[in-house]
Design a protein around this ligand. Structure first.
Ligand code: HEM
Ligand SMILES: *[C@@H]1O[C@H](CO)[C@@H](O)[C@H](O)[C@H]1NC(C)=O
Ligand SMILES: *[C@@H]1O[C@H](CO)[C@@H](O)[C@H](O)[C@H]1NC(C)=O
Length: 231
């Protein structure tokens, strides 16, 4: 069930009480792109998810996934609504030095198929923040159509919940956008997203940096996978 109030969303995760470890996003400026994100860094895995929003939220956001690789492989993803089953999932993994990505949606706790829902979503990468290096994968992107009450969060929401998952095993066929994934044994969990503090007057400038490869603006399983160069 979606939580639409700030208190409700955070209380759901027990975030309203003070805890020793960070369980919600805080301000983070990405040094490579200059984008001001609200970002969550998982202390156990080193996984980071960041989000930036325009002052008036409609359908799009800027996001960033940075995750550790294991021997140069693995995959990492975000659940834009919190739990694994239901919300829009975005997964990224390295393939021959490039960051591929794929929208997924799960109906059960099993390998999630490529997203094939009614809402048209698409992704355009921001090249300066999208790369694979010896230890990490980084995907920085404009997510178009991704703000949705059912798939992620409603545009007027002050806070929401997102989920993360990291696998130390590569997808079965890393060259294939629709490849089967392997369980996220490296780590997974949920965190609060302070959407009200993710907005910026500079959003349009940052969104204009999204010039990398784009997936088709469709939910089709035939949508081409996309990649950007290693750096
Ligand atoms: C082969 C692929 C996958 C399998 C077999 C799988 C399986 C599971 C299982 C069994 C759980 C429950 C674990 C527990 O409660 O102890 C879980 C939780 C979770 N998974 Fe996955 N998963 C897969 C892919 C993904 C992907 C691609 C994402 C996100 C992009 C994801 C995100 C999550 C999240 C956020 C949780 C914790 C919240 C929840 O329980 O709903 N999973 N997964
Ligand atoms: C790889 O990228 C990550 C994320 O930006 C960074 O923390 C790390 O220092 C980079 N490693 C190398 C060897 O450049
Ligand atoms: C949002 O930002 C304001 C101003 O920096 C800060 O006082 C407030 O604590 C932040 N809200 C949350 C929930 O972190």
């Amino acid at each position: 069930m979606r939580q639409t109030t700030s208190i409700g969303a955070l209380a759901l995760l027990g975030l309203a009480r003070s805890v020793a470890t960070q369980t919600a996003t805080t301000p983070y400026t990405d040094p490579l792109t200059g984008i001001d994100f609200q970002a969550y860094a998982d202390p156990d895995t080193g996984y980071t998810f960041g989000i930036a929003l325009p002052e008036t939220v409609t359908t799009d956001f800027i996001g960033q996934i940075i995750a550790p690789l294991t021997d140069g492989a693995g995959w990492a993803g975000v659940s834009l609504g919190g739990p694994m089953v239901g919300p829009l999932l975005l997964v990224t993994w390295p393939n021959e030095g490039e960051a591929l990505y794929s929208f997924r949606q799960a109906t059960e706790y099993a390998n999630p198929p490529v997203y094939a829902g009614d809402v048209a979503v698409s992704l355009v990468t921001i090249p300066d923040g999208t790369f694979v290096n010896d230890t990490h994968i980084s995907l920085t992107f404009l997510c178009e159509g991704c703000v949705d009450a059912d798939l992620s969060f409603a545009p007027d929401t002050a806070s929401s919940v997102a989920g993360f998952a990291v696998s130390d095993s590569p997808p079965e066929d890393p060259a294939d956008e629709a490849t089967a994934l392997v369980f996220h044994s490296y780590g997974y969990g949920q965190f609060g997203v302070i959407l009200a503090n993710a907005t910026s007057a500079e959003y349009d400038t940052w969104a204009a940096m999204a010039t990398g490869g784009s997936s088709a603006p469709t939910s089709s399983a035939a949508a081409p996978s996309t990649s950007t160069s290693a750096r």
